[in-house]
Design a binder for this molecule. Structure first.
Ligand code: ATP
Ligand code: MG
Length: 360
């Protein structure tokens, strides 16, 4: 297959699992970066709908619904489908094929030691009842990323361990199948004949936004999220429940608490942030309720234009528009992914007969 793109911009891949709607953690951790970088980079944003099945195999309706909601959320945030490619994971067979080969390049115990997987197993209460596919998703994610051969992966902090595993797999593939010297610097792997660049994680402005429980990271599946679709009233109510441990407005407060992480994440007037921090730390006549109201206002100000943009898709014809975006993304992503797979199979001596995938 010949390259179908003359794209010369460096490439980005990142994405979300459709286990619910997008929340503020997604925005500050990753989506804000995606929107900012879509002019400069050739962007691929993946809906990891197959990974949603790892914990919700019995809920296909919910996964389908969330898939459409996530794409709506992206467009609402300012992702422009004319600039960036929306990739639906389940429609890109090259990802699954590469996952299988990558699974041989990484020891089983290495996958099980991945700290992000361990945290997820705890936080989601999976105990020892998780599916075989659950840890496998971490290997699958290496393929999601590497099939697009990106340089950069904008993610929140919790994903850095996955990107590290991806980097290990990329190095190993390049060494085993492309003959690259293991002493090679990460930045030189492609010049040294490797197929895969060693991608770097780009962590967002806020690496880990806590949820409204004040403890865990804000997460779709933990019931502690402020969603991008929440009304000002809902935002206010959820922030009102944030536990700070402080008693009164004359008591010194801890500005490392989750409330002040929100202050720094969402109030953009630096002088005002310093003033709030100062008065809170001293217990200078400033109540939690006041700070919460100010943060709620800033958050709702951020969300209002997103909700306006989203309204267009929450109409009877809106779903068709989203499906058109998904279809166009599949058509653009497939040749890129197929080309990588073809090159990988060639390197692995699996080039018996070339195949072409065609689209109606
Ligand atoms: P789930 O609970 O199903 O794991 P999630 O809320 O963790 O969902 P993901 O789809 O796993 O969301 O993550 C998508 C992207 O958003 C990742 O890059 C992740 O690091 C980032 N992200 C998610 N939550 C946060 C957060 N609270 N702070 C910063 N970044 C986050
Ligand atoms: Mg997650």
């Amino acid at each position: 297959m010949t390259p179908t793109t003359t794209e010369s911009r460096p490439r980005i891949l990142t994405g979300d699992t459709p286990t619910g709607r997008l929340h503020l953690g997604h925005w500050v951790g990753s989506v804000e970066n995606r929107v900012a970088l879509q002019d400069e980079y050739d962007c691929y944003f993946l809906v990891a709908n197959m990974h949603a099945f790892t914990t919700r195999a019995d809920k296909p309706d919910e996964i389908r619904e969330s898939t459409l909601e996530i794409v709506k959320d992206w467009l609402a945030c300012g992702v422009d489908p004319d600039k960036a490619t929306v990739v639906l994971q389940s429609e890109i067979p090259a990802i699954v094929e590469l996952s299988w080969y990558f699974a041989m390049l990484i020891p089983f115990n290495r996958v099980m030691r991945n700290p992000t997987l361990k945290t997820e197993i705890d936080a989601k209460g999976l105990g020892d009842h998780y599916s075989f596919g659950f840890p496998l998703y971490a290997v699958g994610q290496c393929a999601d990323i590497l099939v697009f051969r990106p340089e950069l992966v904008p993610v929140g902090e919790d994903q850095v361990a996955h990107i590290e595993m991806t980097r290990e797999v990329a190095r190993r593939f390049n060494q085993v199948y492309c003959g690259v010297d293991p002493q090679t610097e990460d930045a030189d792997y492609v010049n040294a004949g490797g197929l895969f660049p060693i991608p770097r994680a780009k962590v967002g402005r806020v690496a880990r936004l806590p949820g409204t429980d004040g403890v865990n990271k804000m997460s779709k599946s933990l019931n502690n999220a402020i969603f991008l679709t929440d009304t000002p009233k809902q935002v206010k109510k959820k922030l009102g429940q944030l536990y700070t441990g402080r008693q009164g407005m004359d008591e010194p407060g801890d500005t490392t608490n989750s409330l002040f992480q929100y202050v720094r994440a969402f109030i953009h007037d630096e002088a005002r942030v310093r003033e709030l921090e100062d008065r809170y730390a001293k217990g200078d006549n400033i109540g939690d309720g006041h700070v919460k109201a100010e943060v709620a206002e800033a958050i709702s100000g951020l969300l209002a234009p997103m909700q306006d943009r989203r309204a267009r898709y929450d109409t009877p014809g809106g779903e068709d528009e989203i499906i058109d975006v998904i279809r166009a993304g599949i058509a653009k992503a497939t040749p890129v992914a197929e080309q990588t797979l073809e090159r990988a199979k060639l390197a692995m001596k699996l080039d018996f007969t070339p195949r072409t995938i065609s689209f109606a």
